[in-house]
Structure formats: structure tokens, C-alpha cells
Design a binder for this molecule. Structure first.
Ligand SMILES: [Fe+2]
Ligand SMILES: [Fe+2]
Length: 156
């Protein structure tokens, strides 16, 4: 699978999980907890493989091709990951029945939605211009391997 298809699959999975979680009320504490664990894991693994493989590869390519916009897009994405990670930490520390839980979940969803939109509508388009098909395929394989490794770590 090429890198962009793989990353988009991850995005759709997180969209689904966030949608499910936002439909739960404060009475569904156990389900909120369970879904949050999944969301946390999906987002953490996804961010990690982007940060360690996809972003550095794109940044290096953008630099080599003097594509300043693409490089800036990558730098922005790292910052957005930081905001998402901070929100995940806050949610982790919040009881599912707390009155701020839904608000925090909503903010997390908005951060993720904005970030995913930037990736799919800006960054991935730049990546398609900068990498050829074989390179995207090779990056996809590396992402897939890293994903299995990260999932194994998360399951420990
Ligand atoms: Fe992503
Ligand atoms: Fe990302």
C-alpha cells in the first residue's frame, strides 16, 4: 500500500472512533473509557509513524527540491501533533463522568479534523508532486512495518 493510502485509512478509522465517542453521554463511562483507549492508541501510533518516517522523508525531499511551502507544512504538522498529544493527556487525566469530558473530546475532535484536513488537502498533494510512485510505495511499506512495531509496544 502506498504511504498516502495507508495514512488516509488511519484517518478514517480515527474519524469513526471520534464520532462514536462523541455520541456517548456521561452515563456511558465504561464505553467512553474503552473508546478513549482506542482513540489514544490509534492517534499515538499514527502520529509516531508520521513523525519518524513520513514527515522527515517529505521534509528532506522538500528541502532538496527547494519547495519551501511543503517544508513549512511539515513543520506545522509537528506542532499540531503536539496540540493533539496535549489534549489526549488532558482527557487521560479526566474522569469520563466529569462535566468537562465532552468539551475536551470535542476540542480533540476539532484539532484532529483540522490537522487531517491540512494533511489531505495540502501535504499529501505536495507529497504526490515530490515523490514518484515507487517512493510512495516504499514509504508505505516502512510505515506499515513501523505501525506493527508500535502497536506491539502499545499492547505491552
Ligand atoms: Fe495523519
Ligand atoms: Fe499528522
Amino acid at each position: 500500500m502506498d504511504a498516502i493510502t495507508l495514512l488516509k485509512h488511519d484517518h478514517r478509522k480515527v474519524d469513526e472512533l471520534l464520532k462514536e465517542a462523541s455520541a456517548l453521554g456521561s452515563g456511558a463511562a465504561a464505553s467512553r473509557q474503552k473508546l478513549f483507549k482506542q482513540i489514544d492508541e490509534e492517534l499515538t501510533v499514527h502520529s509516531k509513524i508520521e513523525e519518524t518516517i513520513f514527515y522527515p522523508a517529505l521534509k528532506a525531499k522538500a528541502k532538496a527540491e527547494k519547495e519551501e511551502d511543503a517544508k513549512q507544512e511539515v513543520l506545522e504538522a509537528y506542532e499540531e501533533h503536539g496540540n493533539v498529544a496535549a489534549m489526549l493527556k488532558k482527557l487521560e487525566a479526566t474522569e469520563p463522568k466529569d462535566e468537562t469530558y465532552a468539551a475536551k473530546l470535542q476540542v480533540l475532535s476539532e484539532l484532529v479534523k483540522h490537522h487531517v484536513h491540512e494533511e489531505e488537502h495540502e501535504m499529501f498533494k505536495q507529497a504526490k508532486d515530490l515523490f514518484d510512485k515507487a517512493e510512495l510505495e516504499e514509504l508505505g511499506q516502512r510505515l506499515e512495518r513501523a505501525k506493527s512495531e508500535q502497536k506491539a509496544v502499545a499492547a505491552r
